[in-house]
Write a protein that binds this ligand. Structure first.
Ligand code: SAM
Length: 391
């Protein structure tokens, strides 16, 4: 999501001043200091400048910019190995005590944020229509327009954001196969990509309420949960999301699958002017921490705002004997960002009762990676479908 107010980057080149629109997907401010760099700039020099806070406007060959970015990444990793990360890894290798986990999580996020800040200092200028004048630059206009919208002026953006847009364009074209469903969904840029499928099986296994004419999918993302409900025969599904990119993406996926009965609404949680629901499903962002960029809003839910809002509003939106299916990983509990008692307290305050719970162990690659400093927490992650009933 772009910030709505336009901001410009200024720099001087050959004794002439230039400016271009600043595009930042992490909502970073326009850079105050810019150095021009090209194929002759060494990775060590670029790294030193980037660490000092100078942004690097690339003037060389397009593919060499990608190589420079990789070289910067290796230097950051080496420096981290020598300092903070080594401490973290050491902590990971001996068995981490529960007391150390919150601090490790915090340190890991700080390191990631710092890595992202340094790498985001390598910049590219694109002409109107996202055209690059760089040698060997590919045609990026379709991918950039899909990610950042139409643009009728030149812009400067980080090479990382550009790579994000190019990667998203590939996903959008190829799709993510959802094995248990035998369909693919096609994520758009900035929309949560359902690459973990454990919870899909939970949604297929849970018995539908006896009467299930109307269902809501709150925070629909690509539309995956709404698709599951429609495929299971629910006649009217109303899907909401706050993020307009998600709504456009879900709409595309419903059209591809010819699911014209699913309605979409941009809403903070619940739809307005909708009939009461026999079933509400929601897979909220699962970690109660501050997102460091708009792209992280699907994972991080500051102060569990969405989760608590969902639970507080459920009873008034449910028909008699209606059910809420809450999909929630317990990783936040293992990271000590939330306690089980806190969650049980919110469930009780919702005025609903727990009818049953289905659990599945995490199978995604991060939960299997024993070099991850937080392996102790990640390897024990369980995702649950909490079926709560209105009585
Ligand atoms: C973890 S993603 C889940 C997406 C999708 N339901 C799935 O399971 O693949 C969470 C979604 O909730 C959306 N979201 C976050 N806060 C919201 C709110 N207050 N109201 C509606 N949607 C919200 C995000 O934009 C994101 O698409």
């Amino acid at each position: 999501m772009l910030s709505t107010e336009k901001q410009y980057v200024q720099w001087s080149e050959n004794e002439t001043s230039y400016q271009a629109l600043w595009l930042s997907q992490s909502n970073h401010m326009p850079p105050a200091r810019i150095a021009l760099v090209d194929d002759k700039t060494t990775a060590d020099d670029a790294y030193r400048l980037a660490c000092e806070g100078t942004s690097l406007l690339w003037r060389g060959d397009f593919h060499n910019a990608r190589q420079l970015l990789q070289a910067l990444g290796r230097r950051i990793d080496r420096t981290n190995e020598r300092s903070e990360l080594r401490k973290i890894k050491k902590a990971a290798n001996k068995s981490v005590t529960p007391k150390e986990i919150p601090n490790l999580f915090h340190q890991q996020r700080q390191l990631q944020a710092q890595r992202s800040r340094i790498l985001s200092r390598l910049l590219l200028e694109l002409d109107t229509g996202y055209i690059s004048k760089l040698r060997r630059a590919p045609d990026m206009s379709v991918a950039c327009t899909a990610a950042f919208g139409e643009l009728d002026e030149s812009c400067v953006l980080s090479f990382r954001d550009l790579q994000g847009a190019l990667g998203a364009a590939q996903w959008r074209e190829k799709g993510v196969p959802i094995k248990p469903l035998n369909v693919s969904v096609f994520p758009h840029y900035g929309v949560f990509a359902p690459t973990r499928h454990e919870y899909v099986q939970l949604l297929l296994d849970a018995p539908l309420p006896d009467v299930c004419g109307v269902a809501y999918d709150i925070g629909t993302g690509t539309g995956l949960l709404a698709i599951i409900l429609a495929q299971r025969g629910v006649k009217q599904v109303i899907a909401t999301d706050l993020n307009p990119q998600a709504l456009a993406c879900a709409s595309d996926n419903f059209t591809r699958l010819e699911l014209s009965s699913i309605q979409l609404q941009q809403a903070d949680l619940y739809p307005t002017d909708a009939p009461l629901a026999d079933l509400i499903v929601c897979n909220p962002p699962w970690l109660p921490a501050k997102p460091s960029s708009p792209l992280e809003y699907a994972v991080y839910d500051p102060n569990s705002k969405m989760l608590r809002g969902l639970l507080q509003g459920a009873k008034q939106h449910l028909a008699a004997h209606g059910e809420l299916w809450l999909i929630l990983s317990d990783l936040a509990e293992h990271l000590q960002l939330r306690t089980r008692d806190e969650l049980l307290g919110w469930l009780a305050d919702s005025g609903l009762v727990v009818k049953y719970r289905l659990d599945t162990k995490a199978k995604h690659s991060r939960s299997q990676d024993d070099t991850d400093p937080l392996f102790a927490a990640r390897s024990t992650e369980v995702t649950s479908l909490w079926c709560l009933q209105s009585v």
